[in-house]
Write a protein that binds this ligand. Sequence first.
Ligand SMILES: Cc1cc2nc3c(=O)[nH]c(=O)nc-3n(C[C@H](O)[C@H](O)[C@H](O)COP(=O)(O)O)c2cc1C
Length: 144
Amino acid sequence: MNVSVIYYSRSGNTAKIAQAAASACGVEAIDIAQPHVLPDTDLLFVGMGIYGGKPDQNLLDYLDNLPANRIHAAAVFSTSASGKDRMEPAINLLKHKEIEVYPVHLRMKGKFLFFNRKRPNKGDLVRVQRFAEEVLKYYSEESD
Ligand SMILES: Cc1cc2nc3c(=O)[nH]c(=O)nc-3n(C[C@H](O)[C@H](O)[C@H](O)COP(=O)(O)O)c2cc1C
């Protein structure tokens, strides 16, 4: 199973989380704001910061342009000041492309102004690694 981790991060919080997820998957995290070629992917992790209550438009456009027939499933995670799930626009785009979305959406707190000053912290990085391992296990058992 080919796994990729992509993310969009304005201030680096989601980047840290994405790197921890990627490390658990044995791949490098891909910053979609940088030039890159998405490798062949069966399982795609998608990380996003939340701005004005939603993911950045660059991330949404990227998902809208994904080569859907190559990707079987996606798992989403976000960082935000509130830690609430604001990933629905991204999830809808994935589902519209008939990419199955793992039912658990990992929501983490990220520092913003004087809120959550130490987030993501070590515990957050452990949490995202466990999440990545859980998702990997789920889809590798499914493909057996
Ligand atoms: C312009 C802007 C708008 C934001 N809007 C929200 C918001 O609506 N809700 C929220 O919980 N956090 C909001 N935040 C906080 C970010 O979601 C938080 O800092 C997140 O970790 C940013 O991710 P990043 O560091 O990967 O860019 C906002 C931050 C910025 C800079």
